[in-house]
Design a protein around this ligand. Structure first.
Ligand code: ZN
Length: 304
């Protein structure tokens, strides 16, 4: 594929590092303990537990359902408050690449919305509004709460931003055996897929009798399919070839819940199996039609 001919999106923020997460929390907890004592802390934990369950952070939409520890290339993260993109040549290249892919998704979805070629969930958005891509290192504050790189790239419906720590791309190649530029593009297009879901009212509308995890799987597979629709529509301008397609399918395979959890309990799956993720991406890529991505109309969850 090529991206040099793609317009870099201006909907881009470089938040550098340390703009969120852990240290402060620990200090606050200690202070709280001193203040409330043991019994008070017990009550606080019960209250905090309840808040956690209903906290919007819980609603963030990540690329895969697991957490990774110590991302490679952390040494390349920005100095406190510094620029993530400027932290290393790899980061600079990842930032530029991400902006160009984002630019391509803006062009594609603006056209899809104008054409109205979208599944209808009762909120027929007529025009596409661009999301913002935020790059950061280590940790970041978001409209869905504080987050760290360990969760991988994600979309926050509350602020309409995508969040990516560029060192995740090295993790894909080194740890997930999902190398390649189109594999990286698939990750961005998947998160943009969540933004499209938000705009058309497809996000997390649970089907009665199904668990939260099952709802999550329907959401994630639709985002994979929307990523395929983008790939189909941008195929010519990005010169996407069979090798690129294999990269994206391999990435979808490598981040399937059954592959990441080495079989694990399917009731715990939140993103779908490798086979499902590949199939729904392929469905969007082969058809180029977002209406083919209606995971909510598949009555039998087992047939998803
Ligand atoms: Zn997702």
């Amino acid at each position: 594929m090529r991206v040099d001919n793609q317009r870099p999106s201006d909907n881009f923020q470089d938040r550098g590092s340390g703009s969120g997460g852990g240290g402060v929390g620990a200090m606050a907890l200690f202070g709280l303990f001193r203040l409330l004592g043991f019994r008070g802390m017990l009550i606080a934990i019960v209250v905090l537990g309840a808040i956690y369950l209903f906290n919007p952070f819980h609603l963030r939409e990540a690329i895969f359902g697991s957490v990774v520890s110590n991302l490679p290339g952390q040494t390349q993260s920005a100095g406190a408050g510094g620029s993530t993109c400027a932290a290393s040549p790899e980061n600079q290249q990842a930032c530029d690449f991400s902006r160009r892919i984002l630019g391509s998704t803006e062009t594609v979805w603006a056209q899809q919305f104008r054409d109205g070629r979208l599944p209808n969930y009762g909120a027929p958005a007529t025009s596409y509004t661009d999301p913002t891509l935020v790059v950061y290192s280590r940790s970041v504050d978001t409209g869905c709460g504080a987050a760290t790189s360990a969760v991988g790239p994600f979309y926050c419906p509350q602020d309409g931003n995508l969040y990516v720590d560029p060192s995740f791309y090295q993790l894909m190649a080194q740890r997930l055996q999902a190398p390649g530029d189109f594999a990286q593009a698939y990750v961005i297009a998947h998160e943009v897929g969540h933004h499209v879901q938000k705009l058309i009212g497809a996000m997390d509308h649970p089907i009665s009798g199904e668990s939260q995890n099952q709802t999550s799987v329907r959401t994630e597979l639709q985002a994979d399919c929307f990523a395929g629709v983008w790939g189909h529509t941008a195929q010519a301008s990005l010169a996407i070839d069979d090798a690129d397609l294999r990269e994206a399918l391999n990435a979808a395979h490598q981040i399937g819940d059954d592959t990441l959890s080495r079989g694990g309990d399917p009731r715990e799956y939140t993103h779908g199996t490798s086979e499902q993720r590949m199939r729904w991406f392929r469905r969007g890529f082969d058809s180029g039609d977002a209406r083919q991505c209606d995971t909510w109309s598949v009555a039998d969850y087992g047939q998803l």
